[in-house]
Design a protein around this ligand. Structure first.
Ligand code: CS2
Ligand code: MG
Length: 409
């Protein structure tokens, strides 16, 4: 089964997506997600100009060899652009191999380890009333775990809460990448945030009870001691996890957080390889690995990382925001169904228009996601429809403190 062509499809049904489409000499098609939010075209160039010429003519069955060729053979290793490009190739090859074998990908990865994947949804609000409405919406949709993000009094628009309300859209609809000429700037005040967030979780617990798994994303904004304080102050509300509480480049920072709180910690959506986790896992500084298939070298790269995580008592918590395409989400579900140390799956459904380009077979019912039983990944890409939604530059916002200092968004 030789690779006959390698196409990079860029489309924007609702938001920008990059997909690698491999076609074999037998006419089989394999898809891989290469979407890197706000820097999409860097991966497009990496794939089109440097990787695609290496793939044509290769034996599509040699997945590990191709992974090593793209990782070691590039000489320059790791990083979000490289590992997203490798991921697109890897997932497309796994899609092909499962199609050639005539089975859903999860069967090829060892079969199902559970009946479905617990998913968490994004509830958000500018105030408690809006937040409660959003939580009720998600519970009505069947979610059994909820991530809670709110506005911060006196801070203006912040991560996780929609500041623009488009007609007909739910108040909690949120797409962080803004289709504007340049990145918009938002304010930030960590001390106001630290005072406010515990009061929000107190209100949510008293309204929705003690059992509902609740998650929160600190989105890389706190210093180690601020994160330690928030983790401690949230302990009475028994969070499923506190995510990305500090900028992850400083891995040792989590030692200080661990010293002060038992609130479970999730990190890693901006990390892109198993090597990035050595300190985090060896020292058991993380409970949930947030890396995605799309940004961590594909199924091959992430499975290796999750195997190491399993040795250190950590579970998966794969990134599943809307910038993970339907192809990337399907890959996450197949891997998540097969691994033993599955924890939870983030699920931010794509807008309806995305379905005009991507046909998917994964399901969400009673709070559980399932990849479906179509052969391969179970995702189709309509290339003609993709052309009707041309790429539009979009940037993630930037955060600035009151004195103008750039802060982690
Ligand atoms: C966030 C993401 O979902 C999350 O946990 O951290 O929404 C993140 O901001 C975007 O994926 C960035 O592209
Ligand atoms: Mg996050």
């Amino acid at each position: 089964m030789r690779i006959a062509s390698a196409e990079v499809v860029v489309t924007s049904p609702g938001r920008n997506f990059v997909t690698l489409r491999l076609t074999t000499d037998e006419g089989l098609v394999g898809l891989g997600d290469g979407t890197l939010n706000g820097r999409e075209l860097a991966v497009v160039a990496y794939l089109r100009d440097h990787v695609a010429p290496l793939l044509v003519g290769r034996d599509a069955h040699r997945i590990e060899d191709t992974w090593q060729l793209l990782h070691r053979g590039a000489y320059w290793r790791r990083g979000p652009v490289t590992m997203t490009a490798i991921a697109a190739v890897d997932v497309a090859l796994w899609d092909l191999k499962a199609k050639a074998a005539g089975m859903p990908l999860y069967q090829l990865l060892g079969g199902a380890s559970r009946s479905g994947l617990l998913a968490y949804g994004h509830a958000s609000g500018r105030d408690t009333e809006e937040l409660f409405d959003s939580i009720r919406h998600h519970l009505d949709e069947g979610f059994r775990a909820i991530r809670v993000q709110t506005s911060i009094p006196g801070v203006g628009s912040v991560y996780g809460v929609s500041s623009v309300r488009a007609a007909g859209e739910r108040a909690d609809h949120y797409e962080p990448a803004v289709r504007a000429g340049l990145s918009i700037e938002e304010g930030w005040d960590t001390r106001a945030y630290l005072r406010h967030v515990p009061t929000v979780f107190e209100a949510v617990r008293s309204e929705f009870g003690a059992e509902l798994p609740l998650l929160h994303d600190g989105h890389h904004r706190m210093t180690p001691i601020q994160a330690a304080r928030l983790g401690r102050d949230l302990e009475p509300y028994d969070l499923f996890w506190l995510e990305d509480c500090t900028p992850i480049e400083d891995q040792e920072a989590l030692r200080l957080v661990r010293q002060h709180t038992v609130t479970p910690l999730a990190v890693g959506e901006v990390l892109s390889s198993v090597w990035d986790y050595q300190t985090l896992l060896r020292e058991r500084l993380v409970d949930y690995v947030r890396s995605s298939v799309t940004h961590t070298g594909g199924i091959t790269g992430l499975r290796r990382l999750l195997d190491l995580a399993a040795l250190h008592g950590a579970r998966s918590g794969m990134h599943g925001a809307t910038d993970i395409s339907p192809v990337g989400m399907a890959a996450a579900l197949h891997l998540g169904l097969a691994i033993h140390n599955f924890g939870i799956q983030e699920y931010m459904p794509h807008p309806e228009v995305t379905g005009k380009v991507f046909g998917t077979s994964f399901t969400f019912a009673d709070g559980l996601l399932h990849p479906g039983d179509e052969v391969g990944l179970g995702v189709d890409l309509d290339v003609a429809a993709a052309e009707r939604f041309p790429y539009e530059p979009a940037y993630l916002p930037v955060a600035r403190l009151a004195d103008g200092t750039v802060h982690d968004w």
